[in-house]
Design a protein around this ligand. Structure first.
Ligand SMILES: [Zn+2]
Length: 425
């Protein structure tokens, strides 16, 4: 859907042709992020083909292809975009999982030195090479489920050098792995233990040293804050994100996960690209996001693993026309899930999203949540060819066949990376 074109023997030539597609989801996106998407929003082409580099259409292709992929009468859709992950970390936290299923809650576990701080300790100890090797393997898994772009946050270093170490690993992953990595600086994930009684000093470190360094080194696209009771309050969040904005880092907020402290109301003043979690969000927060053009990113994986029964106010989001994306929140504590098809199922089962809302949330709207809508998220002329063939005959099967890996083929930037002839086989 981008790249070279050529002519040969009087016929159009494309680099790669995907044929025998039962149902092609193009999910056109030029009008902006989609609110209240329905079947029509998916831009379905029955019995279609995709010519990479040239065009999308119905019937028999008129072009000659240098190479072709037989979709074998399956569905074809844009590669999934995971707009919220913490996939670089060392250590794991299965002990906490056991505590939690035994009845202890997240904030309680955090107070006992579990939670984020335990991952901070092990990530600080890990070398760049160790972090890279582990994360590269995780990216292979992420890709194998059909995700072709992945946002990756720092936030387990919480010192200038350890945060840079994580972002350096993110950059190297993006350079060496087929999955595109979009880096986010999350130095405000928590207040590190050594600053527990000097939170102001840590905020100074964030705004005066870390953010400028991250920006100068071009290490991240976004700046994110965990705006929550007992972590960073509304005013502190605004200060940190404004400093990020001043250094060219766009704002994202972890907000309204446990307690609503009004963080969503910052969407306008900090120009938040996305607000994520949103379990406790109220009408005022939704209105603020709507008028700021912010994408709501929902993370049902952490709901499941924290065994929270709360859900985001989906009905009100629909009523106000707020565009919704979904993401894995992949992290070792509250969401060890890296599969976007699983997240699609969970957002339907736990939050009541329709399959159409969930698929749009994992593609086009997720692209908007990363400001990547001009490049990815749909199968359209001019976009990068990130495309997945799944062994289904219609898209409603994606959430339905829970946790079944049905990826037949993945094309990343016009190259087959998984499937017959793929480089990762
Ligand atoms: Zn998160």
């Amino acid at each position: 859907v981008s790249g070279r074109k050529g002519r040969k023997h009087g016929k159009e030539v494309c680099d790669l042709l995907i044929m025998n597609i039962r149902q092609l989801l193009t999910i056109p996106s030029t009008e902006g992020p989609l609110s209240n998407p329905d079947r029509k929003s998916l831009g379905i082409v029955e019995n279609g083909f995709v010519g990479i580099i040239k065009e999308v259409g119905e019937g028999k292709p008129l072009m000659r292809a240098r190479r072709s992929v037989d979709a074998k009468n399956n569905i074809v859709l844009p590669g999934f975009i995971d707009a919220h992950t913490h996939m670089i970390f060392a250590g794991s936290r299965e002990r906490e999982f056991s505590m939690r299923v035994g009845g202890r809650d997240y904030l309680e576990i955090m107070k006992e030195g579990g939670g984020i701080q335990s991952t901070v300790q092990s990530t600080r100890k890990a070398s760049r090479e160790e972090l890279f090797t582990e994360s590269y393997r995780r990216l292979n898994d992420i890709l194998s489920w059909g995700t072709t772009t992945c946002e990756v946050k720092s936030g387990y270093g919480l010192t200038t050098s350890d945060e840079i170490k994580m972002l350096d690993v993110a950059r190297k992953l993006g350079n060496e792995h087929p999955v595109d990595v979009i880096p986010t600086f999350l130095g405000a994930h928590d207040v590190p233990v050594e600053y527990r009684n000097e939170k102001e000093d840590y905020i100074d470190l964030l705004t005066n040293e870390m953010i400028p360094r991250v920006s100068e080194g071009n290490y991240a696209r976004f700046c994110d804050v965990f705006c929550e009771e007992g972590v960073f309050n509304k005013e502190e969040t605004e200060r940190i994100l404004s400093a990020g904005n001043a250094h060219g880092l766009k704002a994202k907020i972890h907000v309204d996960e446990f307690v609503n402290i009004g963080g969503c109301e910052l969407a306008e003043s900090v120009h938040a690209v996305s607000c994520d979690h949103l379990l406790k969000t109220d009408e005022k927060g939704i209105e603020s996001m709507k008028s700021a053009g912010t994408i709501a990113v929902l993370l049902p994986g952490s709901n499941l693993f924290l065994m929270e029964e709360e859900k985001p106010p989906i009905q009100m989001m629909r009523k106000k026309g707020l565009p919704i994306a979904i993401a894995s929140d992949f992290n070792p504590g509250s969401s060890p899930i890296l599969s976007m098809p699983v997240i699609i199922s969970l957002s339907c089962l736990l939050y009541g999203l329709t399959p159409e809302e969930a698929i749009v949330g994992a593609t086009v709207n997720a692209a908007y949540a990363l400001e990547e809508e001009g490049r990815i998220g749909s199968i359209e002329k001019g976009k990068k060819a990130d495309i997945v063939v799944m062994r289904y005959s219609n898209y409603e099967e994606i959430p339905y066949w829970f946790a079944q890996k049905r990826v037949e083929c993945i094309i990343k930037g016009g190259e087959i990376v998984v499937g017959k002839g793929g480089r990762l086989n």
